[in-house]
Design a binder for this molecule. Structure first.
Ligand code: ATP
Length: 592
């Protein structure tokens, strides 16, 4: 195997150019250049680094160095006094820029400098990330100082940003996939195949490695693997059983939509991992669920999906999602487990004993699921009926609500009902109560900006600018200004959380005609209850799709108190969904 070296300067040069553009196509071209220059044996590392990571998210290793430590390391490497660095940082607000500037002044007098390679930078960052225990702070600082003393000013800029988690080149997963398709996959038209590999592995590095080493043929053979989470299949929504049956060719399987947390359970012998909807490892939060999978899954290897639901210890009844939130903690897990035990409702089988099931039709997956799961009062297959009858569907819906569920998920049983990893499609359609009765509905929106508060709110944010996600364009389109529903505690928590995502100007993926006082990287997702959706001359969500020149806006939004930390910005309500909701609302008004 070749093991060629790549100079870190090459990456730094590419970053600098990428940073200078806001156009996605140019960004892609620059990334293609970089990937072509990259020896194949380091391509995975380059892909991770470019997104400011060392591993795919599900591994859970973060570089996360505090700014203070980075300052100390810079002082040690350069001999520049700490207070000089801090003073400059006050001005620039960017530790990367400060490092570059101060080192540029200094470096003129240095004669020797070792060439930094990507492999060396990566290995050092990896060591830093994995250093724990007593003395960790000093060891990390020494490692970082070592890197900085060999770095050119420009390299130092990007190393500093990477270690403090501030790289933020704005390169989305989809841009990387485009670039891989162009660089190694024979063209952008093959992006779908590559995207599927990503959707079933959540690992852009492994995907990059396979395309680069083995081309499209390798990608076609790409397999699901235990302990690599599959990106979840998601449901569309409709508001009547008639429409649902219509869409699903007259018949479907309707299942309870349990109101808990989605869990993807991976099993290999006695080893179990649970992954959340956004593919983070959550096994430590749910030791009881881990045990349930260990004891009730009859397979050596399996990947199954379940809804994890809090249950009332006294009555065994299902409890709403809010109760499950008591289980989201790092400490006191055992106490919480006693107080808020969970049940698992299994709803899909994606892999069992060597067989990838993601391309099988749903009825056959369900069949295998039932064979694989040993049911008891804590583990069950999701309750379902097969029906083509409107009345039956409506009755089953009422029953589900009665049982403490949110409604139904109606699933296609056609030959093409494969598991659409990472996609929201019409194979699954959710039917929830709130779409039925009123024009009230919750949406999950991304915070992209804020306006300064006045009066009582002076010093914090008066209103937040929220956006829906446009999946086709990979952009965030503003849809409302949110100012109500916040408790004092919320305001405090929000300014703390949002502070980490402040960016100096409107991010290129954000579409807005409003000029916010502060802009954020699209990260934080909040649940919002709106009263009505209207055409809007100001907001740009689904611009032109209902009427030329108008977007859609959500009127009278209130924060429900739910921080959707289980969703990434790309999981937020989409602009297409807002359009769908707008249309439904019109129908209801028509019907009234
Ligand atoms: P919501 O915010 O309404 O929960 P979502 O965006 O998180 O929606 P959707 O695709 O809208 O996800 O709805 C599917 C979700 O419903 C799944 O992520 C899963 O957590 C949950 N669910 C509960 N029961 C089932 C079931 N029987 N089959 C599939 N998903 C189910």
């Amino acid at each position: 195997m070749e093991s060629a070296e790549l100079e870190y300067a090459v990456i730094a040069d590419a970053y600098e150019k990428i940073e200078a553009t806001t156009k996605r196509l140019e960004m892609t071209d620059l990334l293609v250049d970089l990937l072509k220059k990259t020896p194949k044996n380091v391509i995975a590392k380059v892909v991770y680094l470019t997104q400011g990571k060392l591993y795919p998210d599900f591994v859970g290793v973060e570089i996360g160095v505090a700014e203070k430590l980075a300052i100390k390391a810079l002082a040690r490497a350069s001999g520049i006094r700490q207070n000089v660095i801090e003073e400059d940082l006050q001005k620039t607000g960017d530790i990367g820029e400060t490092a570059q500037k101060l080192l540029a002044k200094k470096k003129q007098t240095t004669f020797f400098q070792k060439t930094l390679t990507v492999q060396h930078v990566y290995a050092t960052l990896d060591k830093m990330a994995k250093t724990t225990g007593s003395g960790a702070v000093d060891s990390k600082m020494a490692l970082l100082a070592g890197l900085l003393s060999d770095a050119s000013p420009r390299e130092a800029k990007y190393i500093m940003r990477t270690v403090t988690s501030k790289l933020r080149l704005g390169i989305a997963d989809m841009t990387v996939l485009d670039a891989l398709a162009i660089a190694y996959g024979g063209g952008k038209e093959n992006r779908e195949l590559i995207e599927r590999a990503y959707n079933i592995s959540s690992d852009l590095g492994r995907v990059a490695n396979v395309v680069a080493e083995k081309g499209l043929e390798g990608i076609k053979k790409f397999q699901v693997m235990v302990f690599e989470p599959i990106r979840p299949m998601l449901a569309e929504r409709l508001s009547s059983p008639e429409e649902i049956l219509d869409k699903l060719s007259g018949k479907c399987v309707a299942e309870y939509k349990y109101d808990g947390e989605r869990v993807q359970a991976h099993k290999k012998g006695n080893d179990i991992e649970l992954y959340s909807r956004r593919m983070e490892r959550i096994s430590d939060q749910y030791p009881d669920a881990v045990e349930l999978v260990r004891n009730n899954v009859n397979a050596e290897e399996a990947i199954l999906e379940a809804e994890c639901v809090a249950v009332d210890v006294e009555t065994g009844e299902l409890l709403p999602f809010q109760e499950l939130m008591h289980r989201r903690r790092k400490y006191g897990v055992n106490e919480a487990m006693q107080q808020y035990p969970v049940s698992l409702f299994m709803f899909d089988a994606l892999y069992v004993d060597g067989k990838d099931l993601t391309l099988d039709a749903y009825p056959s997956r369900r069949n295998l699921l039932q064979k694989t799961v040993k049911e008891n009062d804590r583990v069950k297959a999701a309750k379902q009926i097969k029906t083509g009858n409107v009345k039956e569907l409506e009755e089953f819906f009422e029953e589900a609500i009665e049982a403490g569920c949110e409604g139904l998920i109606c699933k296609s049983v056609g030959a093409d009902s494969v598991y659409q990893a990472g996609a929201r499609g019409w194979m699954w359609i959710k039917y929830k109560r709130d779409y039925k009765s009123e024009m009230k509905d919750t949406v999950d929106l991304v915070v992209v900006g804020a306006f300064h508060g006045r009066g009582k709110r002076a010093g914090t944010y008066g209103a937040l600018l929220l956006a829906a996600y446009n999946h086709e364009a990979d952009t965030f389109e503003t849809v409302t200004k949110l100012g109500t529903g916040f408790t004092d505690e919320d305001l405090k928590r929000l300014s703390e959380v949002l502070r980490n995502h402040i960016v100096p100007r409107k991010p290129s993926r954000v579409q807005s005609t409003l000029a916010a006082d502060v802009w954020f990287e699209p990260k934080v997702v909040l649940e919002v209850l709106g009263a009505e959706i209207t055409l809007s001359p100001i907001h740009v969500c689904a611009l032109d799709s209902i009427r030329k020149g108008s977007g859609l806006a959500i009127r009278f939004p209130r924060f429900t108190g739910k921080y959707r930390t289980d969703k990434t910005a790309e999981d937020a309500t989409t602009s297409t969904e807002v359009v769908e909701m707008y249309r439904n609302q019109l129908k209801q008004i028509g019907a009234a």
